[in-house]
Design a binder for this molecule. Structure first.
Ligand code: ATP
Length: 972
């Protein structure tokens, strides 16, 4: 249907200027669903055609909340020039050009032009960095974005939420995020949490009937709204408004767009930048003042030249590029994590991940493979093994090693498997020659086993589903109501679920076709069988049934699932993920505790925890034990317990809180809708990408694209690596800037000592404005960024987690920074002195030659410093060649410096003169002293350093204090 169809026009107001919004139905909650559907030109049984949907997307725009137009690129570029110091520099350049023009405009004004080029080059680099960081973050948001189930051309399909259009039929299920405002026309126990929109904390029940009178948002019970979440049941609804036209859009319009809050790390770096900025400006002022006082300013050009030096020093040494480099390094790190299947939604989570001290993980599907095979069936008449692997429905039913003959046992086994396949939402299908399960693998296991017995066709012909009570982690049961064609449509209640829970609802058992009372003795026997199967790491599930009592329906949950007839119990293999074991060992070595928090049977949980090395104890804390405990009791328990079984989602929340109260940084996994509060409360909520619901994904900080526990630990490793890299480039940038500032400061203050004082007592500047800016351009970008993308240090998982309150730059790091800066200044000034007549060393060169030597020495000193900065304590020669980017950046910077010194046209621009081989050797030898001096300091620090004293994060190659073995750590 084209968007111009008359039916759409029928809903228009009389204001044709805004056709997009007026084409949407007015107050659809007052109309019948059919009226709304026909108004929107949509057939509820088939949905829109793909062509119609894309025409509507064009017309109504993407379904996204955007309250502000995007900032154009040129404004973003200009923002990189918007710095008071840059204004000052540009003003000085303008003044210098004016003076040059007044004085006759003789030579080319190289200095002014070069400064302009460098300022623009810096802005371009800043812009490119920002754009790269933004692209990385946008790509992540895309990955983490939700999709919606819609009906298009009669087919159910998943589309990205941004592509949902008015007129689409939304298919809603438990755990789905509602992606647009929509009029509900079909419901089965549909409950929606609307707190985000209306503030109502309890989920609201939805129905289909039109309302009689205009009502407020919270009372529109036949509507679902963008930004809310389905907590229960299913439904279908026709989309009436998307994006900014939705109710959520109205709110977004009212609110200011808030930028993502800066992370603690970013805030600390901002503060360091500010403090250093002030210090640098004061020092620059002192340098300018000293030169002006000591010089005889004869012409305005002299004054402007000194001013330019001062301002250039301030521009170069104020670490204004730090926040940009930091954002880029975080964004690139987050992108690397995404390639490893860990999609981090906020940059701040990277820091928190690196500090995680406890990971609470689900078992099924995260620590295990979730490729389930049903291998045992225990019925009142005996126990059998089911052979065969994978989902291929080929296998035998054996008792001992013998096939079982026709008789009661085989019949009972058939009933258990049929029952489990009736209380079931999964589908077993053959696709491209492979047998696959769509839906819950636990349920799929029943379908495969039933097919092995050849019962599928007869079950499907005989039963028709007429109702259901969905599975939930709290209930641990799932029920369907089935009309039996062989018994005149008589309806049976068929339930499968956790044996301990289901058995409590059974009063009879079916033995050889006869119903018998379930005695206490039999209950004990059945539970002993369950324990035995669970002790073999099998996931256990029982099956029961009963005829539906007269007048009851699936809405009477409690009444229906009572007085049931027990059929039997199955054992399902769910092997541990092979990579999980290694990941657990890595985590324990990194002093991260692993807790298994599962809804499964305590013995199954304990066995798998043992197999994976999570716990050596048999002790398991169960959900019912947790219920008995108060918060203090729970705090005591979480200090030592590692396996929690038969827990419900609300227990997860209590566990998170108790762990946090003990000072832990907690990562917690979850998939179901009710896990969302625990994920939100955790420091790092981890949602499952494959099996997780939209609601958990939205509540989480990180989504695991592969649902794999090992991915969490890989992400922690990356998080720690990123943090270590941030420290590296901070060390590099700050020590290099200190070197520049001290060179200028000491050069001016000690001008008499090093021969910088000219005849008449005038002080020559140690370095020219263009040279200072060049050093900044050369070293602040390439090498700093290259350091930000180093692979994680070899020992990154051998250290305990960093405390979030620990400073990024600690005392030891500051000492290293100041030491290197000082040595840098001393070697640069020595080069200057060597080139000049007078001073401590007698030279013969001109001031230009001496400056070129000093300039080159300082550039190379900074390049040597790249290798120092990789660690506070490890030698620079350790893992020297692991970072190709760094070598590339250093080589490029070195070559550019050679060009600046040797190329005649650059000589004019930078006030340099070509150097001979001897001078080059002197410069490089002097510059290398920075490396040797840092090595010496590191050696002393390593010798003197007591392991426990300084932060373990500052010594990049030290082990944690205490030295507990991983196994004993797990008991801490
Ligand atoms: P984890 O929390 O580690 O993912 P889990 O998947 O076993 O573990 P739940 O999904 O809460 O946790 O399941 C708890 C129990 O409920 C299971 O041990 C099983 O006995 C039962 N169960 C699981 N899935 C179903 C289902 N689809 N139908 C009926 N019962 C189920």
């Amino acid at each position: 249907m084209s968007p111009e169809t008359p039916t759409l026009v029928a809903y228009r107001f009389d204001v044709p200027e805004t056709p997009v919004e007026t084409a949407l139905p007015d107050q659809p909650w007052l109309r019948s669903a059919d009226e709304v559907a026909s108004g929107l030109g949509c057939e509820t049984s088939r949905g829109l055609t793909p062509g119609d949907a894309s025409a509507r997307l064009e017309r109504f725009g993407p379904n996204r909340l955007e309250s502000e137009p995007p900032v154009p690129r040129w404004r973003k570029f200009l923002s990189h020039l918007a710095d008071p110091l840059v204004y000052l520099l540009l003003a000085a350049v303008v003044v210098s050009l004016a003076v040059w023009a007044i004085e006759g405009a003789e030579d080319v004004p190289f200095e002014a032009l070069v400064i302009l080029v460098i300022v623009i080059a810096n802005a371009i680099l800043g812009y490119v960095q920002e754009a790269r960081a933004e692209r990385a973050v946008a790509a992540l948001q895309e990955m983490a974005s939700t999709s919606a189930s819609v009906l298009r051309d009669g087919e159910e399909m998943q589309v990205p939420s941004v592509e949902v259009v008015p007129g689409d039929v939304l298919l809603l299920a438990e755990g789905d995020a509602v992606s647009a405002d929509a009029r509900v026309f079909d419901v089965a126990s549909l409950m929606v949490a609307e707190a985000s929109l209306t503030g109502e904390s309890e989920p609201v029940s939805k129905s289909t009937a039109p309302l009689d009178e205009p009502s407020s948002l919270g009372d529109r019970t036949n509507m679902v709204f963008n930004g809310t979440a389905v907590t229960r049941g299913r439904g279908r609804a026709i989309v009436t408004a998307t994006g900014m036209a939705s109710e959520m859009g109205n709110i977004a319009r009212l609110l200011d767009t808030t930028e993502e809050a800066r992370t603690p790390l970013q805030r600390e770096v901002d503060a360091i930048g500010r403090a250093l900025g002030i210090a640098v400006i004061i020092i620059s002022a002192v340098v300018v003042g000293t030169i002006l006082l000591g010089s005889e300013i004869r012409e305005p050009a002299d004054f402007v030249a000194v001013l330019l030096v001062g301002v250039s020093l301030a521009v170069a040494a104020v670490p204004e590029s730090l926040p940009a480099v930091l954002s880029l390094v975080l964004a690139l790190g987050v992108q690397r994590m995404a390639h490893k299947n860990a999609i981090v939604k906020k940059l701040s989570s990277v820091e928190t991940l690196g500090s995680a001290s406890v990971v609470g993980s689900d078992k099924t599907g995260t620590l295990t493979r979730s490729e389930m095979t049903l291998v045992k069936v225990a019925t009142p008449s005996g126990e059998v093994d089911v052979t065969g692997t994978g989902y291929r429905p080929e296998g035998e039913v054996l008792a001992g090693d013998e096939p079982i003959p026709e008789g009661p046992l085989l019949e009972e086994v058939g009933l258990v498997l049929m029952g489990g396949s009736l209380a079931n939402d999964a589908v077993l299908r053959r696709e491209n020659g492979e047998w696959v399960i769509h839906g819950d693998p636990t349920e799929g296991a029943f379908l495969v086993a039933e097919a092995k017995l050849g019962l599928t066709a007869s079950r499907e012909a005989r039963f028709r589903r007429v109702g259901e009570i969905p599975f939930s982690s709290e209930r641990k049961l799932m029920t369907t109501l089935q009309a039996d064609a062989e018994r005149d449509g008589q309806v049976d209640v068929v339930t499968k679920g956790a044996p301990d829970v289901l058995l409590a609802r059974c009063t009879l058992e079916l033995v050889a076709g006869e119903k018998r009372a379930l005695t206490e003795e039999r209950r004990r026997q059945i539970l002993a069988t369950v324990d035995r199967l669970a002790g073999q790491a099998l996931r256990t599930m029982a099956v029961a049934y009963r005829p539906l009592p007269d007048g009851a329906s699936s809405s009477d949950e409690d009444a229906v699932e009572q007085e049931m007839i027990y059929l039997g119990t199955v054992g399902i293999i769910d092997p541990p993920r092979p990579e999980a074991r290694a990941a657990v060992a890595d985590a324990l070595e990194a002093r991260i505790r692993i807790l298994m928090i599962t809804g499964d049977h305590p013995l199954t949980a304990a066995r798998i925890a043992g197999d994976l090395g999570i716990s050596e104890q048999e002790a398991v804390v169960t959900g019912s034990e947790l219920e008995e405990m108060d918060d203090d009791g729970l705090s005591a328990v979480v200090r030592s317990a590692t396996v929690f079984a038969r827990v419900a989602p609300e227990h997860k929340l209590r566990i998170v809180r108790a762990l946090q109260a003990e000072g832990n940084i907690v990562a917690m996994t979850g998939d179901g809708v009710n896990d969302a509060p625990a994920l939100k409360a955790a420091d790092i909520g981890v949602a499952m990408g494959l099996t997780g619901t939209d609601v958990t994904k939205e509540a989480s900080d990180m989504v695991l694209a592969d649902d794999n526990f090992a991915t969490i630990i890989a992400a922690v490793r990356e998080g720690r690596g990123i943090f270590a890299n941030i420290r590296k480039f901070l060390r590099f940038l700050l020590s290099s800037n200190t070197g520049e500032v001290l060179t200028m400061f000491l050069g001016v203050v000690l001008a008499g000592v090093i021969g910088l004082e000219q005849a008449g007592g005038a002080v020559a500047v140690p370095l020219l404005a263009t040279q200072i800016l060049w050093i900044n351009l050369l070293t602040d970008t390439g090498p700093a960024l290259a350091m930000g993308v180093e692979p994680p240090p070899h020992d990154v998982m051998l250290r305990p987690p960093r405390h979030l309150t620990e400073r990024v730059i600690d005392k030891e790091m500051w000492i290293g920074i100041i030491w290197v800066g000082l040595v840098m200044a001393v070697v640069t000034l020595t080069a200057l002195d060597l080139g000049l007549p007078g001073g401590l060393f007698e030279g013969t060169g001109t001031i230009d030659e001496a400056r070129t030597m000093a300039f080159t020495t300082l550039v190379f000193a900074q390049l040597f410093n790249c290798f120092n900065a990789r660690s506070d304590r490890s030698s620079a020669f350790r893992s020297l060649f692991t970072n190709g980017w760094l070598w590339g950046a250093v080589a490029l910077s070195g070559l550019l410096q050679v060009a600046v010194v040797q190329a005649p046209w650059l000589n004019q621009a930078f006030g340099t003169v070509p150097l001979g081989p001897r001078d080059w050797s002197i410069c490089i030898a002097l510059a290398s002293l920075v490396l040797w001096a840092a090595e010496l300091r590191k050696l002393i620090a390593r010798r003197l350093g007591t392991e426990g004293e300084a932060s373990v994060w500052s010594g990049d190659d030290r082990r944690a204090p205490g030295g507990q073995s991983p196994a004993s750590m797990s008991m801490l």
